[in-house]
Write a protein that binds this ligand. Structure first.
Ligand SMILES: [Mg+2]
Length: 385
């Protein structure tokens, strides 16, 4: 079997969802999704496509590594080039599973578990009172989720809430004043009270704090038994993250903006966090993230992938989650996007009662409904040309 074409399309959603379709002379097609590569990822895939024509699509790891190393001067360590390769990689896994008639998890070593626990990212906004928070939490719990995540920070970079008085005198400064610190602690208190003790709550700070502000927050949150506190300090400095992690019993989680196992190596080896959160359809794909999870497992470090993808990228991520021992929970970020079920041909929610149950269907296991997806076509992009 040989690859005959590589085509792309892009849909609006959480930013841009880039679809990569790989076709073969056997008539078998694979579809991959990647996120946060920007329009430049489309151009990269179109430039790489001629090198894929005529290749054996089963040599997935070798194709990925060959293309990556040959572009090491053009972003082969991190960023859009890796995300573009990720879209191709996931399409090749879908294709290989379909060609062999097996689900992708069987090709990745088989399952540790049949059901993948999912948490919902939910929109608790700064300034909400307890009743408003209870309403948001109840909506999530009614759908069967047993874990959820909130944003603790007030978005300082131009999003809603940036005008809230008293937050910060300078949007680039990382120091939380007393008012801001107490607001964050109070928010966690209200959300954990609304959720109850059977529900796990994670809280994201989006890298907004300096080390003393982060340590103070993490310590004051210990009483609420969070699932994790996410990226309390800027994630570029692993030693700063490690200092926070070592100072508190609140578990610290990071990694949504790292790429490849090389990008995670120092974070894991220094045990600078308690939990890692690679974004699988962004940072290197299924093979690479399975390797990242295995590296973390040496330190008994849980693997809780970040995920903003459609059902296709989410299910692709779930195949990896099934095949590693240290999986904790997978993110779901489409709570308020009503095409979550209509964008796939199956027209059902892949998440039932807070879990994804992996099936025996070959490949990833769901198909994009291109007609529906095209209604959300990303402006300025072409459609599978
Ligand atoms: Mg985050």
């Amino acid at each position: 079997m040989k690859i005959t074409s590589v085509k792309t399309a892009a849909t609006r959603g959480h930013g841009m969802h880039l679809w990569v379709k790989v076709e073969t002379d056997a008539g078998i097609t694979g579809l991959g999704e990647c996120v946060h590569g920007g329009k430049q990822a489309i151009a990269i895939i179109q430039n790489l496509a001629p090198r894929l024509i005529g290749r054996d699509p089963f040599a997935i790891d070798a194709i990925f590594e060959e293309l990556r190393r040959s572009h090491v001067f053009d972003g082969g360590f991190a960023g859009a080039l890796i995300t573009a390769l990720t879209g191709i990689e996931i399409a090749l896994w879908d294709l290989k599973g379909k060609a062999l008639g097996v689900p992708v998890y069987e090709l990745l070593g088989g399952k540790f578990r049949d059901k993948i626990r999912v948490y919902a990212d939910c929109q608790v906004e700064p300034g909400m009172n307890f009743d408003e928070i209870q309403q948001v939490v109840d909506q999530v719990l009614e759908r069967g989720f047993t874990a959820l995540k909130i944003d603790l920070d007030i978005h300082a970079y131009g999003h809603a809430g940036s005008e809230v008085a008293g937050f910060t005198k300078d949007k680039f400064n990382y120091t939380a004043g007393q008012w801001e610190h107490e607001r964050m602690v109070e928010m966690v208190e209200m959300v954990t009270r609304a959720a109850g003790k059977n529900v796990d709550v994670a809280a994201d700070v989006h890298t907004r704090l300096d080390v003393p502000s982060a340590i103070r927050l993490a310590r004051d949150l210990e009483q609420f038994h969070l699932l994790w506190l996410e990226e309390p300090v800027p994630a570029e400095n692993i030693d700063a993250m490690r200092e926070v992690t070592r100072s508190t019993s609140t578990p610290i989680c990071s990694g949504e903006n790292l790429y490849l196992r090389h990008g995670f190596r120092e974070l894991i080896e220094k045990q600078a966090v308690n939990i890692i959160m690679p974004d699988i359809p962004k940072c290197g794909g299924l093979s690479e993230c399975r390797k990242i999870a295995n590296l973390a497992e040496i330190y008994y470090m849980p693997f809780a992938p970040h995920n903003v993808s459609s059902p296709i990228g989410t299910l692709a991520s779930a195949h990896v989650c099934a095949t590693v021992p240290n999986f904790l929970v997978l993110e779901f970020h489409w709570l308020h996007r009503d095409y979550w079920t209509t964008i796939i041909q199956e027209k059902t929610d892949i998440i039932q009662d807070g879990y994804i149950t992996l099936t025996d269907r070959p490949g990833i296991g769901v198909e994009l409904d291109e007609e529906v997806a095209r209604q959300y076509q990303f402006p300025g992009t072409t459609w599978f040309e």
